[in-house]
Design a protein around this ligand. Sequence first.
Ligand SMILES: [Zn+2]
Length: 135
Amino acid sequence: MSKTPKAWAMLHAKCPRCRRGDMFEGQMYSISQNKIRQDCPNCGLYFEIEPGYFYAAMYVSYALNIAEGGALVTGTYLLTHNTTSPWLYCIVLIGGCFLLSPITFRYSRVLLLYWLSPKIHYQPYLDIDDKPANY
Ligand SMILES: [Zn+2]
């Protein structure tokens, strides 16, 4: 019986407890349908473990935006060697963060539930094709 690797489950935004159920509805890259499910379709984990829990994802999202912005500005400098116009960097920064926003939204919640939620643990007995009898 093979277990789902954590990195694969995080990349595909699977439930942190069973690594099987999808955390989000809709496509991976979608601005209109980027909605987190209430609970895991496989194991029934209630994702918002406390009221307003996903407000904490704002801080993760902020950190991700800083990292994305740093990478975009560094990449722009390495490609263009521009040291005269700040507008190029402003446009790349704002446009890039806007285009990356669906990914930032998803992975801020994935990182919150996987790394910053000590109450949620991986349960290998739920990581199977057939659900246990008590579900
Ligand atoms: Zn689950």
